[in-house]
Design a protein around this ligand. Structure first.
Ligand code: AMP
Length: 414
């Protein structure tokens, strides 16, 4: 069974092709295109590359295409993409303006180009379906909550991968198995004592921190939208809600302009006035650029804030994990984040920390009570596994349908 996972950005298309056969999972191909302005042409190029590599000669070679979709009104989990699912995503376009519109447009193109191939979405919010209500609610009137103003949590595929892999590395196959079966039984797979407490730090273009108790999320630093929590590349992080009406009144900004600035000109870019890329900021800060220094300091401060929160929610930690572009590749920032935490049982080994870039490894000292890991994330694999599971469930039921956690139904877009 071959499953293509497509990652659709506003100007990029990245993909990974997996093969599942006889209990084996294999990555057959990965590729990507940047600075895309014609998505149809980009899709042709992707299919052309897969064809030339001999993996996909036609639609019949693909069991499904999976998408790591962000959020939709009333829909979560792993679902077949139907017209009503796309409409539910469009209903939340203004919550995820950098993510939902390109996904909806891209999925419609895939549907036209690959008629008959099942298109399946794993929503980033899926991982938080069992998080405690107290961690997910804002203190707003009930009518706001009913309209969707609550914490949904994001980066679900990445934090799920980290939950499973960290449990394996910590010698807890029971917890890893619970995570593997999460979307089958809602986290009811029994685990042994003591509880495994992991803090998962996904630090990249988009960043979030999640406390994991026995593999289950207790919340996430991203909230109602992917514009909260830590400062993002060019999107705002945490912000007092009253800042929005204030700048509209005092700076005379329109609502559309406020939205544009919050999701295109804020975050690390807004703070530094220079770049949304950490590599540029580290370089510029080294050369004395004050804005770059400030952006890095705010990022580190915010990461420490959210790790502290996770530590408190879990009542301590057994493992702290760094993942994604920054978490995997920036030892200096990992060191800055963990500075002075010996009393908390967190002690980085400077040599190990400097040596681990883009690879899996433990970076804490032998003395450190909390083991600190770098684990490269694999969100596409999580999507592919859930797509496979959905197809198998459908086959067992004797036809296409939607998973139990899906809230919407409708005709397929194919
Ligand atoms: P992601 O969204 O996970 O791709 O992460 C993007 C962020 O990670 C950017 O701020 C990059 O500067 C940073 N990053 C990605 N790769 C590297 C690398 N090899 N070395 C240093 N930073 C990197």
């Amino acid at each position: 069974m071959k499953i293509l996972v497509a990652n659709l950005g506003s100007t990029s298309l990245k993909w990974r092709l997996f093969q599942f056969a006889g209990g084996e999972e294999r990555l057959l191909h990965r590729g990507g295109l940047e600075r895309v302005n014609d998505y149809g042409a980009a899709l042709e190029e992707c299919l052309g590359e897969l064809g030339r590599a001999g993996h996909v000669r036609g639609a019949a070679d693909l069991a499904a295409v999976g998408f790591k979709t962000v959020l939709a009104r009333g829909v979560t989990g792993c679902v077949r993409v139907t017209e009503s699912v796309l409409e539910a995503m469009e209903a939340f376009n203004s919550v995820a303006p950098a993510h939902n519109p390109p996904y909806v447009a891209g999925i419609r193109l895939f549907a036209r180009r690959l008629p008959g191939v099942p298109l399946v979405a794993l929503f980033e919010t899926a991982f938080y379906q069992w998080a405690p209500e107290a961690a997910m609610r804002y203190a707003v009137p009930e009518s706001w909550c009913a309209a969707g103003v609550r914490r949904w949590g994001f980066h679900g595929a990445s934090h799920k991968y980290i939950a499973e892999r960290s449990a394996e590395l910590m010698g807890r196959p029971d917890v890893a198995e619970r995570v593997r079966r999460l979307y089958v039984d809602g986290g009811r797979t029994p685990v042994a004592d003591p509880p495994l407490r992991v803090i998962s730090c996904h630090l990249g273009g988009s960043s979030s921190i999640t406390p994991l108790a026995n593999g289950l999320a207790l919340g996430n630093s991203l909230g109602m939208s992917p514009q909260s929590g830590l400062p993002q590349n060019n999107r705002v992080g945490d912000l007092d809600a009253f800042a929005v009406p204030f700048v509209m009144r005092t700076l005379g900004l329109s609502l559309e302009e406020v939205e544009r600035q919050l999701c295109r000109q804020s975050g690390l870019l807004g703070l530094s006035g220079l770049s949304n890329d950490i590599r540029d900021l580290v370089r510029a800060a080294g050369e004395g650029h004050a804005g770059a220094r400030l952006a890095l300091d705010v990022f580190v401060h915010s990461a420490r804030h959210w790790i502290g929160s996770a530590l408190a929610q879990l009542g301590g930690a057994d493992a702290l994990v760094f993942t994604a572009g920054i978490g995997e590749n920036q030892p200096e920032l990992r060191a800055a984040i963990c500075r002075g935490w010996e009393e908390l049982g967190i002690e980085l080994d400077p040599e190990k920390n400097a040596a681990v870039r883009g690879a899996e490894g433990c970076i804490s000292t032998g003395r450190s009570r909390v083991r600190v890991w770098v684990i490269p994330t694999n969100e596409e694999l999580v999507v592919a596994r859930e797509v496979k599971r959905l197809l198998e469930q459908e086959a067992a039921r004797g036809g296409a349908g939607e998973s139990a956690s899906a809230g919407a139904a409708g005709s397929s877009v194919n």
